[in-house]
Design a protein around this ligand. Structure first.
Ligand SMILES: O=C[C@H](O)COP(=O)(O)O
Length: 228
């Protein structure tokens, strides 16, 4: 097992039919392999936080997930509630409609709202913006990354795992080139093997989001994924 790789992985379980015992198991695995975080739906943040007390594993959750289509006020409320319940990492889906309609000032406003709520939380919370790159042009990916860097977000992230495509090496390279050292880059969606994960790291990813994390670090492969 490659510990360095494990330390970079958000151990993810995002499905409509998740139950408590699966979250308990996810947390057990995260503690054992020392993954960076568990990534769970907001309704499971409290349970995960309780399970992972004093483990060093962060509690990541997803906001406006998976479509990014909620209004900003709803996303902000959801994020604050998740932090109050114990979330330390917030992965929010950006307003894809604003990007597609060229409303970049709205995209920026949303990013600033997230950096503000992160700074107000003042508890080592970090924010990642999920771009859902499968729906964007390269120019839109670059512009979103440029704004994320400018507004001070912590990470840019490729995918929800529920779109028409996941992380690609080309997108990761483009995202890293745009944010430089100012932000982390998270590759997620469709990463099933150690080989997939290492290709993303090689291209510039500093975090991997995956449902198949255990298979990745134990050198196997898996068909496990979030998507429908
Ligand atoms: O946010 C992370 C993704 O949902 C993970 O995608 P995956 O289930 O395809 O590994």
């Amino acid at each position: 097992m490659n510990q360095q790789l494990a330390n970079m992985i958000d151990h993810t379980l995002l499905k409509p039919n998740v139950q408590d015992e699966q979250i308990v198991e996810l947390c057990k695995e995260a503690r054992e392999y020392q993954f960076a975080s568990v990534c769970v739906e907001p309704c499971y943040v409290s349970l995960a936080a309780e399970q992972l007390k004093d483990s060093g594993v962060e509690i990541c959750t997803v906001i406006g997930f998976p479509l990014g289509a909620n209004t900003l006020a709803t996303k902000v409320f959801e994020a604050k509630d998740a932090i109050a319940n114990g979330a330390t990492e917030i992965d929010y889906v950006l307003s894809i409609s604003d990007v597609l309609n060229g409303r970049w000032e709205q995209v920026e406003r949303e990013m600033r709202a997230f950096t503000e709520l992160r700074d107000e939380a003042n508890a080592g919370v970090i924010v990642k913006v999920i771009l859902e790159t499968c729906y964007l042009t390269d120019a839109q990916v670059v512009e979103a990354c440029r704004l994320a860097r400018e507004t001070g977000l912590d990470f840019v992230k490729t995918s929800t795992g529920f779109g028409t495509g996941g992380a690609t090496v080309d997108h990761i390279r483009m995202m890293r080139e745009t944010v430089g050292d100012a932000c982390g880059v998270k590759a997620s969606g469709g990463i099933r093997t150690r080989e997939d994960a290492l290709a993303m790291v090689e291209a510039g990813a500093s975090r991997i989001g995956a449902s198949a994390s255990v298979a990745i670090v134990t050198d196997g492969g898996s068909n496990e994924g979030s998507g429908y």
